[in-house]
Ligand binder design. Structure first.
Ligand SMILES: *Cc1c(COP(=O)(O)O)cnc(C)c1O
Length: 543
């Protein structure tokens, strides 16, 4: 196949891959790497993908109702083609097999997960980011971007900690200071925070070189501990299991204290856990407070947790991956009171900062804490350099800072405040609707913009209102809600996710299967919320 312009540009020609002659492969490779403005291959792909993106973005159903088995059958090929296949037919099949059955995360009636619509500027910016292809690991591959990233992180740091102008003037571009680290998500942010806390608290002293150089066993022996733990509520995200595993302290030493009826860490239980660790000579690497649990959006009593951490000289980490941006709302920021006392804070950019997937952040109260994880390499990452990779878990990484910087500047304090306030306002609308409908039961008053509720089949409604459901009634309702959620997902018009919430009745633990709504998409209206609830009622009638 010679890639003549007519062949590439002709749309709807489904030429299967034809063999390139070996002399022609070089010509083809040269062509796909040549960035001239008139590169016909790039122009053609650009046009095709632009059409696909636009169609994808305006779709209003949550997803198509094809079965996973059908999709799996289309992806059973483990052979790389010897010859490049025709560009047009490749993107055609990509459309049919991937794009067509991808989840419409920006659809207004897809209100079950933390992923939603994005502002329009991120799509053209993504093209620029890829065109520039900076590697944020070091100055030699990301010159100005490194400082742009530091500025964006400083803006977020200030939003959390509100230090003085002078503090920022001194630290924002000082290479010894790390106000925050841009990572790929909340998981990496949480791991980085605990890694820093671990290394700092078991650092070098006297003739001990520190945990980094001598390992966990030697560190515990030197400091006289029997083990090390992390303490938080039972609703800690599973990224903390990964962190505990990686740090070598074992997931068994991730201590999960119970939550109260509002899904907030029980403070008495936390105090008890700390006391128990002291008795058992267990080193507490960190106490973790959650600002916006993944399950229910609940916010731990951060102020009280900070106090316990302070009294015991323990690192206090706040996982605000989801709820962090509530600090932008003058009306609701009081719910996060105490976050400014945290030694480290995780916030996800790809959740409530409305930035594309792959943006997480960790912030440090002490700009020198991250030196506890610093590494050097001779070919780069030199001491005293501005190389961002020396205090980071990740190595090579993309210029995602462009999105964060643009978001903070193009949406601004007032824009983010509006987005947060609207989400919470619409969640309260949904809660009120649910409370007023006999078909549903509200399972918890929402702290922010996550809502837990369930469907009550008709025969149980009277008993449910009186709170007199038996365990078998509850089991039936659980099964019903599980089926309802699965059917709704399969049909694909609308979407709500599902979780299990433990409640107590006469001291007996009862698992309740809950519908979980996440109202963050600015495109979601009250009418969309009504439509989702009506869709569930309609599906329930068919069960
Ligand atoms: C989403 C989330 C995480 C994990 O973040 P990823 O970006 O998925 O890695 C951690 N903690 C909380 C509270 C979250 O909501």
């Amino acid at each position: 196949m010679t890639l003549s312009e007519t062949e590439i540009v002709s749309k709807n020609s489904f030429t299967p891959s034809e063999k390139l002659l070996s002399t022609e492969i070089g010509e083809y490779i040269r062509q796909i790497f040549t960035p001239t403005q008139g590169n016909s291959i790039e122009i053609q792909i650009d046009e095709m993908l632009e059409d696909l993106s636009q169609d994808f973005l305006i779709a209003d159903n949550a997803n198509t109702n094809v079965e996973l088995e059908w999709i799996i059958k289309n992806f059973g090929d483990s052979k790389i083609p010897d010859q490049p296949i025709n560009v047009e037919s490749y993107f055609q099949s990509l459309n049919e097999n991937v794009v067509a059955h991808s989840i419409h995360t920006s659809a207004p009636q897809f209100i079950g997960h933390m992923t939603s619509a994005l502002p329009v500027f991120v799509r053209p910016l993504a093209k620029l980011m890829t065109a520039m292809n900076q590697n944020a690991v070091k100055i030699e591959t990301a010159k100005s971007l490194s400082f742009c990233e530091r500025e964006a992180l400083a803006m977020m740091h200030r939003q959390i900690y509100h230090f003085y102008d002078n503090f920022y003037a001194q630290n924002i571009q000082k290479n010894q200071s790390t106000l925050g680290i841009l990572v790929s998500g909340g998981t990496t942010a949480n791991i980085t925070a605990l890694w820093s806390a671990r290394n700092k608290s078991l650092g070098a002293k006297d003739d001990f070189l520190g945990i980094e150089k001598e390992g966990l066993n030697a560190a515990l022996r030197f400091y006289g501990y029997e083990g090390a733990v992390v303490i938080g509520s039972e609703l800690m995200h599973f990224s903390f299991d990964k962190a505990a595993d990686l740090m070598g302290i074992s997931t068994k030493n991730l201590i999960r204290v119970p939550v109260d009826a509002n899904n907030r860490a029980n403070i008495a239980a936390l105090r008890q856990a700390v006391a128990d660790c002291h008795i058992q000579k267990l080193h507490i690497i960190a106490i973790v407070g959650i600002a916006g649990t993944t399950d229910s959006g609940s916010i731990d009593p951060l102020e009280e947790m900070a106090k316990i951490a302070q009294e015991n000289n323990i690192h206090f980490h706040v996982d605000a991956a989801w709820g962090g941006p509530v600090i932008f709302s003058r009306k609701h920021q009081h719910k996060l009171a105490g976050i400014e006392k945290a030694d480290s804070v995780t916030i996800d950019g790809h959740k409530q900062l409305y930035l594309p997937m792959g943006i997480g952040m960790v912030f440090f109260r002490d700009p020198h804490l991250a030196t506890s994880i610093e590494k050097q390499a001779s070919y780069t990452m030199r001491k005293g350099s501005f190389d961002l990779g020396k205090r980071a878990l990740e190595g090579s990484r993309p210029g995602m800072a462009l999105f964060l910087h643009a978001g903070l500047k193009l949406i601004g304090q007032n824009g983010y405040e509006f987005l947060i306030d609207e989400g919470i306002r619409k969640t309260q609308y949904m809660a009120a609707r649910i409370a007023a409908m006999t078909e549903f039961e509200l399972l918890a008053e929402p702290d922010t913009n996550l809502l837990l509720y369930r469907y009550i089949p008709e025969q149980f409604r009277e008993v449910a209102v009186k709170k007199q459901l038996s365990e078998t009634d509850n089991q039936f309702i659980n099964n019903f809600n599980e089926r309802l959620q699965k059917m709704q997902r399969q049909i694909g018009r609308t979407f709500i996710s599902r979780t299990t919430k433990t409640t107590f009745s006469l001291d007996i633990e009862i698992p309740v299967i809950a519908m979980r709504a996440v109202i963050a998409n600015p495109l979601t209206t009250e009418a969309d919320i009504d439509a989702v609830l009506n869709d569930q009622i309609q599906i329930a009638l068919e069960i």
